[in-house]
Design a protein around this ligand. Sequence first.
Ligand SMILES: Nc1nc2c(ncn2[C@@H]2O[C@H](COP(=O)(O)OP(=O)(O)OP(=O)(O)O)[C@@H](O)[C@H]2O)c(=O)[nH]1
Ligand SMILES: [Mg+2]
Length: 576
Amino acid sequence: MRVVATAGHVDHGKSSLVLALTGTDPDRFEEEKRRGLTIDLGFAHTTLPSGAGISFIDVPGHVRFLRNMLAGVGGVDACLFVVAATEGWKPQSEEHLRILELLGIGHGVVALTKIDLVDDEGRELAVIDIDDHVAGTFLHGAPVVPVSVTTGEGLDVLRVALGELVATTPQADDRSRPRLWIDRVFAAKGSGTVVTGTLTGGSLTRDQAVVVEPRGRPARVRSIQSFGSTIDSIDPGNRVALNLAGIAHDDVGRGDVVVSPGRWLPTRRFDATLEVLTPLDHDVSRRGAFLAYIGSREVPAKVRVIGSDALSPGTAGTVRLHLPVDLPLLPGDRYVLRESGRDETVGGGEVLDVAPVRPASKAAPDRTVDRVIRERGWVDVHDLELLTGARVAPTVGHWVVADESLAAMADLLRTSIAASGSVGLDVAALDERQRAVIDTLDGVVIEAGRARPAGTDDPFADHPYLAVARAGGFAPPAADGVDRSEVRELVRRGLLVERDGIVFHTETVDDAGRVAAGLLVEHPEGFTIAQFRDATGASRKYALPLVAELDARAVTRRRGDVRIGGPHLPELGDRV
Ligand SMILES: Nc1nc2c(ncn2[C@@H]2O[C@H](COP(=O)(O)OP(=O)(O)OP(=O)(O)O)[C@@H](O)[C@H]2O)c(=O)[nH]1
Ligand SMILES: [Mg+2]
């Protein structure tokens, strides 16, 4: 059900109109009814003649309750803008319109109220007045519907106009990243905490695990209610009440946010555009005590203008905002900035970067995903989605990599491969990113875990020492003249066997296994080292490591002073 917020100056008839349209008085509190004034947000819904549902958030018009108004319009896409024909355009008509503009609200209908109290000429003048004030804003060209709740005149026309508004306001995006800015909290009867808000970004399901920011408190969705009925799941763009298990009701408040775990990067430092309102009579600089309004939250903010010291009224620039808490934000989120000392709306804008990497003096924020990739060089695809909302195909492995960073890594690897000579570069010693890039390099072959330039012969397959070791049989000459790293590589490939400091050809060890098998035919109760030594004709120096190797391979097994057959003892028929 589409959510529409009211807006307009105090006493212009917003709540009366919501009551007339829905039958529900949005002024919930006794004090509101007594004073005839909206203080906090009110909620009501109905079905329009078009058949579409519509849900209203009724906001207060009085300037003292502007913060409540801001909490109400933080999550909506469309508005019902109210101007009384008796008074015409007033200061909060102007301020509310500016705020809606800054929040990027793009759709609306204007109701000209209290027409029973003016004559036809007064009505026409009021319409002209409205047209003047909304020129150049999102309400330019929007229907202006004269109504009276006293006589009922115009209400049907307004219902039709609202039907068109609902039909033409785009569906809320579903990015599988639900976010609910809380606007009310109750203690549920029985148990639990009920929070309400306008759901955006994705669906929520019963029993789903959630996190309540800014403090990252885990909770579970025990039940979901929308307009009085209990449902299993709810889509974005709807008003919703969640019964949360695992969190106390006095531990949650307006401006807290329910999100899905692991899908957001809460931040207290972000870059944004700032559009400074034209009527402001001073520049915006880091001096001043600011309050930022984001979603339903009011939060103190320190402002640093990027690229200059100050922004003058009627100009736009970029700023870095520092908050005292971490909020789950995304590029494209809108905010309003007010100066708390002067109690005035300064401007607002759009979040550009939720985790800026450059210092403010060097930052050049924009909303492109490319900039985020360029500034970071390497970004995990999942992190990139959290940072930007964009799903981008990985460049290598699970990373999206800036062209320059990829080229630099490739150059570095090529240099290392060239420098490693015929031994090649040990791929296992590289980090995960380097391994991902090495796989993509042209002109490089990776064999047996080593990377070498393509076209060079494998110097190991025909290594000269292999022939020497093989010819030496059970008493091979020491590999003293051979580079240690080459010996290690030959051992790693299984071409040589090294045991207790003696290096044998691998086929020699196989021969030794057959010798052992032969000995066991003669000595079924086991053979001694001396018998093995005599059978191989090699000295003890070689016989000991050979038998140790056979034990290690389970060709033989030690029992007391003798060796008996192990599970891997070769059949004698294998003898060559
Ligand atoms: N005659 C007449 N009076 C109206 C009409 N609409 C509203 N009123 C009266 O105007 C007064 C203010 O109306 P509300 O609906 O409370 O105004 P509001 O815009 O909600 O005021 P805030 O929420 O405080 O900003 C009430 O006394 C209403 O009865 C109308 O169409 N005709
Ligand atoms: Mg009201």
